[in-house]
Design a protein around this ligand. Structure first.
Ligand code: SF4
Length: 318
């Protein structure tokens, strides 16, 4: 995969268009993402580059500091959400360098950062975050510990054990970590065995809260899945959505949900095992409009003051 230097011409800080964080500013360090998750809806955006290319905005940190330090700036920025259409922790030195500089620009100006990653977080980031614990909302995406799942659904992302290590290292550095189990794949990642081993490991590394959601199907994602999944997995997945209607979910144009009965049973299983382990398990209400979900993010962002640990922000791009 080629990482191509590019110049960011438009404003760096733009508002998130997602319902649950419609007041937040967001930053994407790259256009395109090396992780190539098969279920990624950002890959289907019109501006998304070819799967073999990732553009890195080399002027991002400079442009960001210029925007923030501009005396005529009218906007107030308290928190910035990274990774709405890419992952800041893609394992490329240039990408990591620009991510580090951009995060530093924000933290040094008293602006909090929120991210959800499936990458490996290098030590220098953990050291930086240690100096600003209350300004960091760290989210780790992890659906399964299975190597096969990772290879076929998230081929470029960090290994599950690396993500577990991220959680452990961040917690030790005093950073609150939330885990997003999304997208759960019915009958593949939600079995009793899978659920127990995932939650058991999360508990071991000190995770106290997880947020759940099953896979959403959008037309473009269906196309990706057909092209990139092995036929057995594709057929299994397809069978769940066959009779499901296309509906509007949040800001999406058209989506299909996993049948309600399957989701309910799966969430119950997660909740029961979490309870046994003394963990809190939330169901993402944005992605489950037909169920009584939980508010897993603070709705909107406070204009004044930073959210506390229990109100940390996360963003769901999967
Ligand atoms: S889901 Fe996230 S990590 Fe995966 S390819 Fe899309 S942007 Fe990258």
């Amino acid at each position: 995969m080629r990482v191509i230097p590019a110049q960011r011409k438009s404003r760096v800080l733009s508002k998130v268009r997602f319902g649950c964080l419609s007041e937040a500013y967001s930053i994407n360090v790259t256009r395109g993402c090396q992780f190539r998750c098969v279920y990624c809806y950002a890959r289907a955006y019109p501006e998304a580059p070819h799967i073999e290319k990732v553009y890195i905005y080399t002027n991002l940190a400079r442009k960001l500091s210029e925007e923030l330090d501009n005396p005529r700036r009218r906007i107030q920025v308290d928190w910035v959400v990274f990774n709405t259409a890419s992952d800041s922790f893609q394992a490329d030195p240039q990408i990591l360098d620009i991510t580090f500089k951009s995060m530093k620009v924000l933290l040094e100006r008293g602006i909090g950062i929120s991210f959800l990653t499936k990458g490996w977080i290098p030590d220098r980031f953990v050291a930086l975050f240690r100096d600003y614990p209350e300004f960091i909302s760290a989210g780790i995406g992890l659906v399964s510990l299975s190597k096969r799942y990772k290879e076929i659904f998230e081929p470029g992302a960090a290994d599950p054990w690396e993500r577990l290590l991220n959680m452990e290292r961040l917690s030790k550095a005093g950073i609150g970590v939330h885990v997003r189990v999304d997208p759960i794949i019915p009958f593949l990642t939600d079995t009793e065995h899978e659920t127990r081993s995932l939650l058991g490991q999360l508990k071991k590394v000190g995770v106290e809260k997880v947020t759940l959601s099953y896979l959403h199907l959008r037309p473009a994602i269906a196309h990706q899945l057909k092209k990139e999944l092995p036929s057995t997995e594709f057929k299994l997945l397809g069978s769940f959505f066959e009779t499901q209607p296309w509906i509007h979910v949040g800001t999406s144009t058209k989506s299909k949900l996993v049948p309600r009965g399957i989701r309910e049973k799966g969430y119950e299983r997660f909740k029961a095992i979490s309870q046994e382990l003394g963990m809190v398990c939330l169901v993402c209400s944005c992605k489950n409009p037909d169920l009584r979900g939980d508010i897993c993010t603070e709705r909107g962002i406070k204009r004044k003051g930073l959210p506390g640990r229990e109100q940390q922000l996360s963003l769901f791009k999967c």
